[in-house]
Design a protein around this ligand. Structure first.
Ligand SMILES: *[C@@H]1O[C@H](CO)[C@@H](O)[C@H](O)[C@H]1NC(C)=O
Ligand SMILES: *[C@@H]1O[C@H](CO)[C@@H](O)[C@H](O)[C@H]1NC(C)=O
Ligand SMILES: CC(=O)N[C@H]1CO[C@H](CO)[C@@H](O)[C@@H]1O
Length: 213
């Protein structure tokens, strides 16, 4: 019986090994969530969203909380910029995403940015920095003018930041946010890892109980 339980305990580990070895076709943070109802074009057998066609190999699907999610590799197919907050939201001074007021226009709507597709995901790191001194390069990378550093889409996100003015109405200023020198950015893999660790821990608790019985 102990052998049987030990075997059960190894199954989640095995699953992790199998799933982890299946490489994603692109970085998770540079994707767009696709809907199989509204974005699937059955005439061409591909996903289509915002004028981008995602053929097989350009998207991937995975399980999240009982539902299948499909994500398309937007930045692989088009020049893109990364926005920290979801559409129609912007940063407060504490870098929290809040709903944009009607009066404000998002940077996405400015002519300078219209040639780019936008992906929406915040950077994740222990310590982040931001600056408003930057240029957007043709390929969607960012050039920080103060430190003369280039950042690719997996290293930055741009957002509108709410500014209060003592002598006038509030305004939105664009900033670019990036990970500080001492903290490495957390990449897509970790989102998945967390889920697997939970699975392993839960199964091991179960195994432990079974072993006692
Ligand atoms: C969609 O893509 C086509 C081909 O790249 C381009 O000619 C057209 O202007 C695009 N339409 C929009 C709304 O971006
Ligand atoms: C983007 O363009 C800049 C300069 O044009 C170049 O230095 C940089 O390597 C490019 N980044 C990527 C990710 O291709
Ligand atoms: C990834 C995925 O599940 N795609 C499916 C979307 O729906 C069409 C038809 O309903 C299927 O053929 C795809 O496999």
């Amino acid at each position: 019986m102990v052998w049987c339980y030990s075997f059960i305990c190894f199954i989640p580990l095995l699953i992790v090994v199998i799933v982890e070895s299946k490489e994603l076709p692109c970085k998770f943070e540079l994707t767009t969530k696709l809907s199989n109802d509204t974005d699937w074009d059955k005439n061409i057998n591909a996903y289509k969203k915002n004028n981008i066609t995602y053929n097989s190999g350009d998207y991937f699907s995975f399980f999240d909380q009982g539902l299948t999610e499909v994500h398309g590799c937007t930045c692989k197919l088009s020049t893109c910029l990364r926005k920290c907050c979801p559409p129609n939201k912007h940063f407060t001074l504490d870098q929290i995403c809040v709903k944009r007021k009607q009066a404000f226009k998002s940077f996405e709507q400015k002519p300078k940015y219209l040639d780019y597709k936008i992906v929406y995901s915040n950077i994740k790191c222990g310590h982040s920095d931001f600056t408003d001194e930057f240029d957007v390069l043709k390929n969607g990378s960012i050039y920080l003018t103060e430190t003369k550093t280039k950042l690719s889409q997996s290293e930055y996100c741009i957002e509108d930041l709410l500014q209060h003015h003592w002598n006038g109405p509030d305004s939105l200023e664009q900033i670019v946010m990036f990970c500080g020198p001492e903290s490495e950015s957390i990449t897509s893999g970790q989102k998945f890892e967390k889920r697997y660790y939970t699975l392993i821990i839960l199964t091991n608790i179960l195994c432990f109980v079974l072993n006692i019985l």
